[in-house]
Design a protein. Structure first.
Length: 159
């Protein structure tokens, strides 16, 4: 799945968004060098591909830390840890720096649960469109509903 496909899906669903194109970004720190992203930094999500008893894609605020131990306990998933690059590629078809909730659309068996930080509820969110050389800004609730409407398991969590 590429960014043009994501844009087509959003357009087809009538979901308003703004795309910002930039040099590839591999870390939250790199956002500081891109003025259009630095201004909206607090709304850009950090996406973590995790595994416990199953796979999770955590969509969290970029600033701050998530307590993975406490989250694993609340999910009754045991200890959460980062999935490997191989698992990221096999399960979501994504590479390093490309982790995004849109990646859950490409999974064959819909086994990944996308966890959205409550911080984004009712506000804007910025995520990669399966390409770390672009960021899409849209209403977080639209993204949540968009994914759920396509069979992706989604859940809101307090971090």
């Amino acid at each position: 799945m590429d960014r043009q496909h994501i844009f087509s899906l959003l357009d087809g669903a009538g979901i308003p968004y703004k795309a910002v194109f930039h040099a590839p970004v591999y870390s939250m720190t790199a956002l500081n060098g891109i003025p259009e992203l630095a201004q909206r930094r607090s709304r850009i999500a950090k996406n973590l591909f995790l595994k416990g008893g199953r796979y999770y894609l955590l969509v969290a605020r970029g600033e701050g830390r998530a307590d993975l131990r406490a989250l694993g306990e609340r999910l009754h998933s045991g200890r959460l840890r980062f999935a490997s690059k191989r698992e990221l590629s096999e399960v979501l078809g994504l590479g390093r720096g490309e982790v995004t909730p849109f990646g859950a659309l490409g999974q064959n068996e819909k086994t990944v649960c996308v966890l959205f930080d409550d911080f984004f509820t009712g506000g804007e969110i910025g995520v990669h469109p399966c390409d770390n050389a672009a960021t899409v800004f849209l209403r977080a609730d639209d993204l949540f509903e968009f994914l759920a409407g396509r069979g992706v398991q989604v859940r809101r969590v307090s971090l």
